[in-house]
Design a binder for this molecule. Structure first.
Ligand code: BES
Ligand code: MN
Length: 457
């Protein structure tokens, strides 16, 4: 094991340079103009996996390709088999003018590596690849077989990977899935995440006049879709931060007293959070702490709001339409299909007759919750402890990784969420970065993890 750790230590500079190469691909899955960039990124990644000694293939889908890379399995070795999941697709880098350096020209400042996709998720799964490289290049036997599945559609709902799992369920059958695509509270506070929120996405469009109208000639006699949409959305949350949609909270699993006391032990500070986020005041559902609001309570968020004239100066119109992009975060035991229904029904009920309502459904996934006390979870905690030299904490995260539910349903295996992202990493925001200490300790964590997990299997 020491040779593996020494190899990691010796090769950090090269690893960082390689990660920078990976980060140069603008693999934005949501934008069709980047289709070729995703393909090129997948090819690069597969080639890199071969270079470090894995067998790799690029599996085409009707969307973006999936990279599958494996250690060379010895038939009937009876070794445990683990899967490492990650995603090479990234969120759009916009707004570009807020980046201090271009999002696809990686920049290092101190121990931070700035680039879109650095923390979410290229840097995080790359740490696992480097740990495995260390085993393979030093001739240290791995105590398990490993398969890396790195997809290109996580940020748009993982629809094709879900199908791929079903058609490759034998090949991918495994004892557990390891995912580093979440966070940790601080660079010296490692964490095991045992819950994620679910999600439903949809778009609401209100249509008014058949075209934009002169607001002086006609304004006052027709409804304004932008105003109608604002009023509609305004009815959906009350002043206590509760979602005012009947039935929305019906199935929400309440936090137990034990969980609440565990969450309250996390090293967070409301004033610091306020500063980090640049808000005047925190706001959330009354009766819950910010950490509870962010991880264990459902939300209704407007992600985008569009209507009327957006150019410079003024234009006096009544816009023909207004649109909101919405996602709700869900918690254990909310059912995505049911929540979609209660939201749609309520919108239809309160929509005024002066506009036409269209609702377009997007992706959806239920929340994820596993025991933090299973032998595998304990093994993961030991690996974190050894790698970071600090006692890890348990947490729930507010983000979503929809595919982990399919891992459980299709492969019957639990997912261990060992995140390496920091709250200040700016995931999905301008100036995204990855902490190079987290990168290095993440590699060490992965190196220890295969030992600990294989022992627990
Ligand atoms: N890595 C995140 C998920 C995440 C971030 C989980 C932080 C926990 C803490 C992932 O890449 C992501 O952003 N997922 C999307 C999923 C959605 C597009 C279906 C999300 O949560 O918005
Ligand atoms: Mn993401």
């Amino acid at each position: 094991m020491q040779v593996v750790l020494d190899y990691l230590k010796r090769n950090q500079a090269r690893f960082v340079a390689e990660l920078c190469e990976f980060l140069r691909f603008p693999s934005v899955s949501a934008q069709p103009q980047h289709k070729q960039d995703l393909r090129a990124c997948a090819d690069w990644l597969a080639q890199h996996c071969r270079q470090i000694g894995l067998e790799a293939k690029v599996c085409p889908t009707t969307g973006h390709p999936i990279v599958v890379a494996k250690t060379k399995f010895v038939k009937n070795s009876r070794k445990p088999h683990f899967m490492v999941y990650g995603h090479y697709d990234i969120q759009p880098p916009d707004p570009l003018d807020l980046w201090e350096s271009p999002p696809f020209e990686p920049r290092i400042a101190g121990r931070s590596l700035f680039a879109r996709g650095s923390t979410d998720n290229k840097g995080q799964h790359f740490a696992h690849l480097k740990a495995v490289e260390a085993y393979l290049k030093t001739g240290t036997p791995l105590p398990c077989d490993l398969t890396f599945v790195i997809e290109g559609e996580e940020e748009v709902g993982s629809a094709n990977l879900a199908k791929f799992l079903k058609s490759h369920r034998r090949e991918l059958a495994c004892d557990a899935i390891v995912v580093s695509d979440t966070g940790m509270p601080h660079s010296d506070c490692p964490a095991l995440t045992h819950a994620l929120r679910g999600i439903i996405a949809f778009e609401i469009t209100l249509r008014g006049p058949s075209r934009d109208l002169h607001s002086g000639i006609f304004g006052g006699a027709v409804d304004n879709p932008a105003m109608a949409l604002s009023q509609l959305l305004g009815k959906l949350r009350d002043k206590n931060g509760r979602i005012a949609i009947p039935g929305f909270y019906d199935d929400v699993a309440p936090l137990t007293a034990y969980e609440r006391s565990e969450l309250s032990r996390l090293p967070t500070n409301d004033a610091e959070l306020r500063k980090l986020l640049g808000v005047k005041k925190l706001f959330g559902e009354r009766g819950f702490t910010p950490i509870e609001q962010r991880s264990a309570r459902p939300t209704f968020e407007i992600n985008g709001l569009t209507s009327g004239y957006q150019g410079e100066g003024s234009k006096t119109i009544v816009p023909a339409w207004a649109r909101a992009k919405i996602t709700c975060r869900l918690v254990p035991d909310q059912n995505p299909a049911r929540i979609r229904k209660v939201v749609c029904n309520y919108l239809k009920k309160i929509c005024p007759p002066s506009v036409r309502l269209e609702i377009e459904a997007g992706h959806g996934a239920e929340a994820y919750l596993v025991s933090p006390k299973s032998p595998q979870a304990r093994a993961a905690l030991r690996a974190l402890h050894q790698a970071f030299n600090r006692k890890p904490v348990l947490m729930r995260e507010g983000g979503s990784i929809p595919i982990v539910n399919d891992f459980k349903k299709v492969l019957g295996a639990d997912t261990l969420l060992l995140g390496l992202g920091l709250p200040e990493d700016n995931a999905h925001s301008p100036n995204e970065k990855f902490d190079l200490d987290c990168f290095e300790n993440g590699q060490r964590m992965s190196a220890f993890l295969w030992q600990e997990l294989s022992r627990s299997a």
